[in-house]
Write a protein that binds this ligand. Structure first.
Ligand code: FAD
Length: 307
C-alpha cells in the first residue's frame, strides 16, 4: 500500500520551499517535488529582499530553503511532475517523469513562470547581475547607466519607456519581435531612446563573464552598454498540469486563487507564487507559500475532526 502524504508540493522554488518549511513545522508528512528549472534557478542576485543588503542568489536561497525544510522532515525529490489525477477516494495522485507516483490529501502547486529567453550567447551568466528582467526589482540597478534593452516588439518598447525613470541613456534592440508602429517609434524618439530592429548575436563581457559591456548584433555591429534589461514577452505560465483537474485559470494561464487562503477552485488544491498572482516577486512568492501552508494546515486539521 503506497503512503499518502498530507501534502505534495509541486515546485520547489521560493513559494514551494517556504510552504514546505511551514508544513514541516506543523509536522505534516510533506514532499516537495522539483524539476530544478525555474526563475529562482536563473537569477544570480536578488537585490530587494529584506535581510540581504548585498543581494542573494536564487541558488543560495533554494539551497538554504531545502536544508531548512529537510530539517523538519520534509522530503525533497528531484523530478518533474507530469500528471495530477484524482482517485475515487478523493486522494490526489501525482505522477512524475521518472514514473514514480505520490499520493496526497492536499496539493500545493508552485510551478512558477519561465521567461522566454532566446538563444543569445552569454545571456544566462548575466541574469540578475548585470542584465535584469523586472524594473520593479532592478530599475534601481541601472540608474544613470548606459542601458541596452534586449527585447521584442512592443513589450521591449514598453520596458524601455519604463526604465526612463532611472536612466536617460537607453538603446532598445528589437531582437525577434514585429517592428513597432510609427507612433511608438515617435514616443521612443521623443524620450531620447534609440531604437534598432536587428537580431542580437551575443552579449559582450570582459574577463568577468557576468558583467555586460555591450552586445554584438548579427550584422557584426557592436553597441556598448553598462547594463541590460530583457523584455521578450511570451513567458510560460506553468499551469498546464491543472487542465485535467478543471481548475479555474485566467486567460493568461495564471491560476485564480482565494486571496486570503490561496486555495484554487478545487477543494484540495492550492497555488502559490508566480503562477497565482502576477507580481512576480520573491517576497510575494514567500508570502503566498506561507499563507497557502497555513490554510492547508487548517484544512488538514478540519478533515481530522470530521466524524
Ligand atoms: C533573472 C531574474 C531576475 C529576477 N530578479 C528578481 C528580483 O530582483 N527580486 C524579486 O523579488 N524577484 C526577482 N525575480 C522573480 C523571482 O525569481 C520569482 O518571482 C520567484 O522565483 C517566484 O517564485 P516561485 O516559487 O513562484 O517560482 P520559481 O522560483 O520559478 O520556482 C518554481 C519551481 O517549480 C519547478 N517546477 C515547474 N514545473 C514543475 C513540474 N511540473 N514538476 C516539478 N517541478 C516543477 C521549477 O523547476 C522551479 O524550481 C527575478 C526573476 C528572474 C528570472
Amino acid at each position: 500500500m503506497s503512503r499518502t502524504y498530507d501534502c505534495v508540493i509541486v515546485g520547489g522554488g521560493i513559494a514551494g520551499l517556504q510552504a514546505g518549511i511551514q508544513l514541516g513545522r506543523y509536522q505534516h508528512q510533506t514532499v516537495v517535488i522539483d524539476s530544478n528549472n525555474g526563475r529562482s534557478t536563473l537569477c544570480r542576485n536578488y537585490h530587494n529582499i529584506l535581510g540581504w543588503p548585498n543581494g542573494v542568489s536564487g541558488e543560495t536561497l533554494r539551497n538554504l530553503g531545502e536544508m531548512q525544510a529537510s530539517s523538519y522532515g520534509v522530503q525533497i525529490i528531484k523530478d518533474k511532475v507530469v500528471d495530477i489525477a484524482i482517485e475515487n477516494t478523493g486522494i490526489l495522485q501525482i505522477t512524475c517523469h521518472s514514473g514514480d507516483k505520490y499520493f496526497a490529501k492536499k496539493v500545493l502547486l508552485a510551478t512558477g513562470v519561465m521567461d522566454r529567453l532566446p538563444e543569445i550567447n552569454h545571456l544566462i551568466p548575466c541574469l540578475g547581475l548585470s542584465v535584469y528582467v523586472c524594473p520593479d526589482c532592478d530599475g534601481y540597478e541601472v540608474r544613470n547607466k548606459k542601458t541596452i534593452v534586449l527585447g521584442a516588439g512592443k513589450t521591449g518598447a514598453n520596458l524601455a519607456k519604463t526604465i526612463k525613470q532611472w536612466t536617460n541613456s537607453i538603446v532598445y534592440v528589437n531582437h525577434d519581435g514585429d517592428d513597432v508602429d510609427d507612433e511608438t517609434k515617435k514616443v521612443l524618439k521623443d524620450q531620447g531612446i534609440e531604437y534598432i530592429k536587428e537580431p542580437i548575436d551575443s552579449i559582450l563581457t570582459g574577463t568577468n563573464e557576468t558583467a555586460i559591456e555591450g552586445i554584438k548584433l548579427t550584422s557584426g555591429k557592436v553597441i556598448e552598454g553598462e547594463k541590460g534589461f530583457i523584455a521578450f514577452g511570451g513567458n510560460e505560465v506553468r499551469t498546464d498540469l491543472v487542465k485535467s483537474l478543471g481548475i479555474e485559470r485566467m486567460e493568461n494561464k495564471h491560476i485564480t486563487v482565494d486571496p486570503r487562503t490561496k486555495k484554487t477552485s478545487h477543494p484540495n488544491v492550492w497555488a502559490a507564487g508566480d503562477i497565482a498572482v502576477h507580481s512576480e516577486q520573491v517576497t510575494i512568492a514567500m508570502g503566498d507559500g506561507m499563507q497557502a501552508a497555513i490554510w492547508i494546515h487548517k484544512s488538514l486539521m478540519e478533515d481530522q475532526q470530521k466524524p
